[in-house]
Every structure is written in C-alpha cells, then in structure tokens.
Design a protein around this ligand. Structure first.
Ligand code: NI
Length: 167
C-alpha cells in the first residue's frame, strides 16, 4: 500500500469525466487500498480516483458508522430532502463553501469483486456521496458555492453569529 499525492483542482484530471471500471482485478484492489490509506492519512471524509490522477469511477468514503466504504461505478439512485451546509474538498485545501445537497441519498455501486450493492447515507454522508460521485464527472463543489471562505473567515463568521445571538 502507498499514500498517493492528492491533486488540487488546478489539475486537469479534476475536470474530466472518468471511465467505468470493467476489470475487477488485483490492480483495482491495489488502487482501492492506496485510496483508503491516502484518505486516512489526509484525515478526509471521502476521496475519488481522479483526485490522485486516476480517471476511473472509484470512490472511498466514510459512512454513517465511520467505516470506510469502497464504491466502484457508483450511481445515485434515490435522494430525499435538502440540507445547506459547509463543504470542503481535499483538492481545495483550506477553503470551504455553503452547498445545498439532499438530506438522504441512496447509491448503487459495485464492490472490488464486481458485485452490485446498495448503500444509504444521511446528512454529512449524503453530502459526501454527492460530492464524490460528482468528482467522477469532472465536477468540484466550488461550482455550487456562491463564495469560498478560508478557515479564518469561517471563525469570524461563527463569532459574528454568536455575537448576534447574545444580543
Ligand atoms: Ni472532493
């Protein structure tokens, strides 16, 4: 296993449509293992293959039980409700934006042996399902955010809101 370099959204790989996985072989297993190690090392919530320069439809993410889920050729098959919250990306380090997403999402995906399964996520995990599957079509969350905030600006925003409450 190896930790791979995470590309930023300035890299063309983050803006391309990824190809479906057709070979469920040892190479795919190694890619998934490397992605999981890279995600854990970066302390992130999810990672898509194009973020490490691999244009294949492969995602790893943390589910509602904090377990790392492997999604090959994932598709969102159902969604429900709405949430508006802060989102970030390992490929956009240090910046966050408010993005509307569904509150609940159901995905269909294959595992590393090619077997199809369904998975559900709520709140932050539903957000992650949407964010990561979008990466596979060359999209980054910043496209949905009105503006981006640095961590410092977010601290200031939280303080201002807190101040408002006290008065
Ligand atoms: Ni991302």
């Amino acid at each position: 296993m190896a930790i791979r370099e995470i590309l930023t959204d300035k890299d063309p790989a983050l803006h391309k449509k990824c190809h479906p996985v057709t070979q469920f072989d040892e190479k795919l297993g190694l890619l998934l293992d490397d992605m999981k190690e890279t995600l854990a090392h970066a302390n992130g919530a999810g990672l898509a293959a194009p973020q490490i320069g691999i244009l294949r439809r492969v995602v790893v993410l943390l589910d509602n039980n904090d377990e790392m889920l492997e999604l090959v050729n994932p598709e969102i098959i159902a969604q429900e409700g709405e949430q508006d919250g802060l989102e970030g990306c390992l490929s956009v380090p240090g910046y966050y934006g408010f993005v509307k997403r569904p509150m609940k999402v159901k995905v269909r995906a294959q595992d590393r042996s090619g077997k199809w399964f369904e998975a559900e996520g709520e709140e932050i995990v539903a957000r992650c399902f949407c964010h990561e599957t979008e990466h596979l079509d060359g999209h980054v969350f910043t496209e949905h955010a009105d503006r981006l905030y640095s961590a410092e600006e977010l601290d200031q925003l939280a303080e201002d809101r807190q101040g408002g409450k006290d008065r």
